[in-house]
Design a protein around this ligand. Sequence first.
Ligand code: FAD
Length: 293
Amino acid sequence: MKLIQQLRQDTFSLSFEVFPPKTGSAFQSVQAATEEIAKLRPAFMSVTYGAGGGTSRYTLDIAMNIKRLYGVSTLAHLTCVSSTRESLHAQIEDMQRYGIENVMALRGDPTPQSLESAHVGPYRHAVDLIHELKECGADFCIGGACYPEVHPESADQREDIRHLKEKVDAGCDFLTTQMFFDNNLLYNFLYKIREAGITVPIVAGIMPITNANQVERAIKLSGAHMPQRFKSLVDRFGNDPAAMKQAGVAYATDQIIDLYANGITNVHVYSMNKPDVARKIQENLSDILGKSC
Ligand code: FAD
């Protein structure tokens, strides 16, 4: 199913993300975690694309299995920064062959190995990939990334939103946000993008931080601001894995409830191949999910 149909509805939609294995030997364990998450019957599941494209085949295998074996809609991520025209066209053909209907069109971050091709390659930004997806004749529903706290490479938010509008005008059907830990940042961002004429559905990306080591990685990856309320929680529970997990799930749940109460109906959880975390969040929202269906 094309995700845009679902994302335009007023009902609450909770979805989860998995990432592909780096090696073939880890495929089975990722597949098993994916199956557990799919059994929760989320609105959809996304499958990320390894930096540099090294795990692209696994992305498609896992995305196809989610749809075929469990009947859950999938969103396959695709990056372009290290692609040549030929490799990208081959990738798009594979997606069509695998029956992929929904694509998250991303630039990606150049790896040290791909840095050279990133500078000379034909796809400098996600907008170039969106043009290519539109021109290839395939009828994909296309998602793009957006950054409530501004992409680290942008000079300022105005410039970032101007480029975001170009992505939407090129054919992006919906946008998923980078993780954020303070909902007010999203509300402020939404106001600004709506004012800039961006009207596509926004999917709020929520990352449950369930161990103290994740904190540094998450900040480095996203540049997200950590509110004092969250820092206190890590200070208090960071050395107790079980307590930290419970507190992290509670914090993410609280963010999601506040989002829904403020009219945000599409929430995507960066569940990081952790079925127990996905299940717990879904359980915490059971009455809310039940009543919104
Ligand atoms: P772009 O939209 O190209 O934006 C990148 C920067 O370039 C921004 O500063 C933007 O303002 C600027 N820009 C855009 N267009 C232009 C232009 N025409 N001229 C000048 N500047 C421009 N990475 C992966 O490797 N695999 C994944 O599966 C993956 N999934 C992600 C999912 C989400 C929801 C998010 C938020 C990020 C994901 N990423 C993933 C990370 C992403 O690849 C990086 O954040 C990357 O740095 C930017 O990708 P983008 O598609 O937003 O790029």
